[in-house]
Design a protein around this ligand. Structure first.
Ligand code: C2E
Ligand code: CA
Ligand code: CA
Ligand code: CA
Length: 275
């Protein structure tokens, strides 16, 4: 027993793999990150190919770790889901993004108004009273729900969760647009696409980077026939841009225009649109 207790308190390295120790450390740090205010929201412009105007921004969260530098959300979001802090983090992201959008809409009035899109994980969608909280956030920050977009990914946990599907219905009814992120990489069948009631398909950046133009073209045709818009992600070269333009893609996002940037840089960006 003494040995077991000892292991509980101070497990020798041989019991936990290096990977497990690292994950445990990350989880502990993530809990502290909240107190230390180590999160920051970055923004990546969404550009219209018709006139080069910035339509809005995608909000992307950053974690500035005190010793490890910037940690990718692809790493810490799943971790936050696991330890149960994704609700808190997700609501912070939504609030932050909406208040920033309010500032921009007042500083740069344009028609149609600037928008912000926020990534929402399936865990968030199925756990909390998300629609009510988002309604409060819109009211608090003074932005119209019509200016907010939520990016969701195809996942079985959304489609098999009644709670999540009801939430999506309620969010739609509030006037919030839904973007289906990473489209083409998910597992779901085309017949479920209409059940999700999304407005926009975001073509996954792997298709652009691998120059799978036939796939992209068929996604654009599919979207057209369903009355949906498309946004191409991960546009890095002018060649890609020209190809997408020829295929009829009207909105794009990618390093060619801008990487995700902080709020100040994004403010400067709106003043000088991509030509
Ligand atoms: P995502 O939603 O697919 O976001 C796009 C990712 O692609 C971002 O990575 C962005 O920096 C990157 N990207 C944009 N343009 C280009 C390009 O031209 N080339 C290349 N190579 N990459 C490009 P990031 O910011 O590291 O985010 C990774 C993922 O983390 C996101 O993928 C999203 O799934 C998740 N995430 C980020 N912020 C949040 C958040 O606030 N909440 C939730 N639930 N998930 C988030
Ligand atoms: Ca996204
Ligand atoms: Ca994406
Ligand atoms: Ca992704």
């Amino acid at each position: 027993l003494a040995e077991a207790i000892e292991h509980e308190i101070d497990p020798p390295a041989s019991i936990l793999s290096t990977e497990e120790i690292e994950r445990f450390q990350l989880e502990t740090d993530l809990l502290l990150a909240w107190e230390h205010q180590e999160f920051e929201l970055f923004y990546q412009p969404l550009v219209s190919l018709e006139d080069g105007a910035t339509i809005g921004f995608e909000a992307l969260v950053r974690w500035q770790h005190p010793t490890r530098g910037c940690i990718s959300p692809a790493v810490f979001i799943p971790c936050a889901e696991k330890i149960g802090s994704i609700d808190q983090l997700g609501l912070w992201v939504l609030h932050q993004a909406c208040s920033q959008l309010k500032v921009w809409q007042e500083q740069f009035p344009q028609k149609p108004p600037l928008t912000v899109s926020v990534n929402v994980s399936s865990v968030q969608l199925s756990q909390s009273d998300l629609p009510d909280r988002i309604r409060e956030i819109c009211k608090d920050t003074g932005i119209a729900p019509g200016s907010l977009r939520l990016e969701i990914t195809e996942s079985s946990s959304i489609e098999n969760s009644e709670r999540a599907m009801t939430s999506l219905e309620q969010l739609k009814a509030m006037g919030i647009q839904l973007y289906l992120d990473d489209f083409g990489t998910g597992y779901s069948s085309l017949s479920r696409l209409q059940d999700l009631r999304v407005d926009v398909l975001k073509i996954d950046r792997s298709f652009v980077s691998q120059k799978k133009w036939e796939v992209i073209w068929s996604i654009i045709l599919l979207a057209e026939s369903l009355g949906l818009e498309v946004i191409a992600e991960g546009v890095e070269t002018t060649d890609d841009l020209e190809k997408l333009r020829l295929l009829g893609c009207k909105r794009v996002q990618g390093f060619l225009f801008s990487e995700p940037i902080n709020a100040q840089e994004a403010t400067d960006w709106i003043g000088t649109p991509f030509a």
